[in-house]
Design a protein around this ligand. Sequence first.
Ligand code: ATP
Length: 435
Amino acid sequence: MEKIADKMDKIVSLCKRRGFVYPGSDIYGGLANSWDYGPLGVELKNNIKALWWDFFVHKRDDMFGVDAALIMNRKVWQASGHEKGFSDMLVECKKCKKRFRADHVDGKKCPECGGALSEPRQFNTMLKTFLGPVEDETGLTYLRPETAQGMFVNFKNINDSLHPKIPFGLAQIGKAFRNEITPGNFIFRTREFEQMEIEYFIKEGEWEKQFEYWLSEMKKWLRMIGLSDANLTFREVPAEDRAHYSKRTVDIDYNFPFKKDELYGIAYRGDFDLKNHQEASGQDLSYFDEEKKERFIPHVIEPTFGVDRTFLAVLSEHYKEEEVKGEQRVYLSLPPVLAPYKVAVFPLLANKPQLGEKAKTIYENLKQSFMVSWDDIGNIGKRYRRQDEIGTPFCVTVDFETLEDDTVTVRDRDTMKQERMKVGDLTEYFKKHVS
Ligand code: ATP
C-alpha cells in the first residue's frame, strides 16, 4: 500500500507543476503556510463556489446572498464574544520554544523535541489591524475570523428590504482570517482561508427538524462533489466541546491523506447571535410573524463549509493512479462540473495546417459554451496524459478522417474509451455530460 505521506506529496507537487496551487510569495522563499491559487486552481475553486451557490442559493426560494465587508466595526466582535473568547489554548516547549495548540498535542511532552511543555494559556486568534494613521486602541479592529457575523449584522437590513418569510437563510462566501498557532498540512489549515456559510433563521420549536434537514442537504452536497461515504464521518460534538449556546453540533470529518480531520460543521446556535447584537447595538432584531401576529428573535442553524478544505478533499478523493500498458497513468476523476477544463481539442499532427485550422474552428466553437483547452505539443498519448492529470473529462482529436466526413474522436477520461462523433453533435453531447 502506498504511504500516506506519499499521496500528500504527490498532490502538492501536482498542484505546483500544473498550476493549481503555488507556495505564497514564492520568489522570496515563500511565507510559511501561505498559498496562491494558480490558473487551474482558480477554475477549480470557482467551480466549487459556483456549484455551492447554485445549489444553496439559486435553486432555492428561501435563501439570500450577502457579501459583507471583511473589516467590520470592532463592536461586532465584542458583541459576538470573539474579542473575549475566540481563542485557542497555547502551550510552549520550555526547551525548543516551539508553540502548539494544546488540543493538538498528546500529554505534556513536546512532539518535536520531547521537552516539557508550559501550562496552557489563552491565545486570541483574531488578526488585528488598525484603521487610520494612528496605531492605537481607537483604530484597532480585526480581520474577520468567520463570515457568519456579516450575515447577522445584515439580518435587519434584509428583513426591511425583502420581508422574507421565516424560515429563510442568508448565504455568504468569502475570506476569513485566523492567527492559527499551528497552521499546516498544505491548504488544510492556513491563516487566510475562504468559507461558504449559511445562517438559517427558524422558529425555536422547529430546530430539531431543521437541523436534520440541513444535515441532509449537506450530505447531498457531499455527493455532488463526489466525496465517498467511506471517507466521511459525522461526529456528534459532545456537550463539553460545544459552544455553550449550542444544543447540537455535528462535525463532518474527511479522511484526508495526512489524517481524518474536520471538513465542515453544522451547529444549532439558538438565538445567541441576534440577541447579543440586539443588546449591544440597541436595534430591534426581532422578526414579526404576520400570520400569528407575534414578535420573536429567530433561532439559527448554521451549516459551514471551508472552501480550501473542500478543494483539498476533492483533490484527495479524485487523485488516481493506475497502470495502463505498463505505464503509470495519473488522473483526477473530478466530477465534470468541477473540472477546470471540460474539453481539450487536439489536431492529430501539429505540422499539418489543414488539421490545425479545422481543429481551431472546433475549439473556438466549443469555447462559446465551455472551458476548453488546446494542445498540439507531443504525441496524442502524451496529450491525453496531460489532460488526465488536470482532470479534463473529454478530449477531441481532429484527424484526416475529420476533413472528409466531419467526425472526430472523443475520448473519455475515466474509461479511456474513444468514440467517433459528428462535429455538429459535440456541443449537445458535452452539455449533457459536463454540467
Ligand atoms: P478547527 O477545529 O479545524 O480549527 P474550527 O472548528 O475552528 O476548525 P469553524 O470555526 O467551524 O472551524 O470554521 C468553519 C469551517 O472553516 C471549518 O469547517 C473549515 O472548513 C474552515 N476552516 C476553519 N479554520 C480554517 C483554517 N485555518 N484554514 C482553512 N480552513 C479553515
